[in-house]
Design a protein around this ligand. Structure first.
Ligand code: BMA
Length: 368
């Protein structure tokens, strides 16, 4: 415990003295951030993880997307994951080279890229789910795995540095590291590190990428899981306003068959919206979905009512549906699936925005 206290004090001082971003955002990133602020409260962008890479019963075929094939339009937000960075493919088999090409296409097409990071442990080299002993403490400054952790950050930075637009600016990225930290399934989870250690890990990551690696394209998303019922509980491990741009939540539990609780989903998203409003941040439902869409009209009867419940939930900037990984693990519809009809109604609702709405600037008009 004493060791931890000294750590905390030392590292706390280090970070207290260093602002999160000595550099400001580059013009395309600032533009996205401003646009999201302008659209706040008028509608919600719909996103999908790995949308262009694969879907149910297909993989790595050009110009495909399950959402596009269902409604004739792409999602507005495209999720990617850097788990496994340094190898050829990420943890879900997506080649990093192709990911870069798709991310450039998304940006050119007027969409938004968001990156999560199922970080492999720098301490024991295993994946994100390695939780049998403490990891975070060893990755902090002075720890045995700190150097290796920084090498991983170098790999993240070099991946991001080659993502540039035609003028050479880095592509805007909504970066969401160390998500679902109030659960216990990842090594950065609640029971595997102290609050202070978690905050230091998060701050070190952002500080290193923004300041040491000069990445001026990062809009930072903080996204715990559902284990909170009050604003105080949500903020328990929050790294601080200077480190975060988007206050978010990952919520599967309140939509899952066995634990479904739509009132709780509304309450939690309202808390997120309230915190975002009081701190002049954006709000998001950074990961969600009903696995395998086994509930009738899930989009119009569950998700949409949650998004439209009150002024706070209505301020949700975007929702990201998780990946269509396999026929028994998908969260967005595909044309043959029975949820396709419901998803078309969801698409037609003026408060849900897809790529055409966002890219062509119709979002405000259609939302008013
Ligand atoms: C989980 C599942 C896994 C996947 C992981 C990281 O929710 O989809 O199959 O490997 O996310 O993307």
């Amino acid at each position: 415990m004493r060791r931890r206290l000294i750590w905390g004090l030392l590292a706390g001082c280090l970070f207290a003295c260093r602002p999160a971003s000595e550099n400001t955002l580059n013009p395309p990133t600032q533009k996205i951030l401003d646009k999201l602020h302008d659209l706040k409260g008028k509608g919600t962008l719909i996103g999908h993880q790995d949308a262009l890479a694969y879907g149910v019963n297909w993989a790595y075929e050009p110009d495909r997307s399950d959402i596009k094939e269902t409604v004739g339009d792409y999602p507005a937000v495209f999720g990617w994951d850097l788990g496994g960075i340094g190898r050829d493919k990420n943890l879900d088999g997506v080649p990093f080279g192709k990911m870069s090409q798709w991310m450039r296409w998304v940006h050119q097409s007027g969409g938004i890229n968001t990156i999560s990071w199922h970080t492999y442990s720098a301490f024991d080299g295993v994946d994100s789910w390695t939780t049998d002993h403490e990891q975070v403490i060893h990755m902090l400054p002075g720890g045995k795995a700190h150097h290796r952790f920084n090498q991983q950050l170098d790999q993240v930075a070099s991946f991001m540095h080659q993502l540039r637009d035609e003028t050479g600016e880095l592509l805007p990225i909504l970066f969401r590291p160390f998500h679902e930290n109030n659960g216990n399934w990842f090594w950065w989870g609640q029971n595997h590190c102290t609050t202070e250690e978690y905050r230091l890990l998060f701050r070190h990551t952002i500080d290193y990428l923004k300041n040491k690696k000069a990445l001026d394209n990062l809009i930072v998303v903080y996204s715990p899981d559902t284990k909170f019922n009050t604003e105080e509980e949500y903020l328990e491990r929050y790294p601080g306003d200077e480190w975060v741009d988007i206050i978010a939540l990952d919520n599967y539990a309140d939509f899952r068959t066995k634990t479904e609780n739509i009132e709780a989903a509304i309450q939690r998203l309202s808390i997120v919206g309230k915190i975002a409003k009081s701190r002049n941040k954006l709000a998001a439902l950074a990961e969600t979905g009903r696995e395998n869409l086994d509930a009738d009209n899930w989009f119009t009867e569950k998700l949409l009512p949650v998004l439209q419940a009150n002024e706070y939930t209505q301020s949700t900037s975007y929702v990201l549906l998780w990946r269509n990984g396999r026929p028994d693990h998908f969260f967005a519809p595909y044309p043959e699936h029975e949820s396709a009809t419901d998803f078309k109604s969801f698409y037609a609702n003026p408060k849900t925005w897809f790529l055409n709405d966002f890219a062509r600037g119709n979002a405000v008009a259609s939302g008013e």
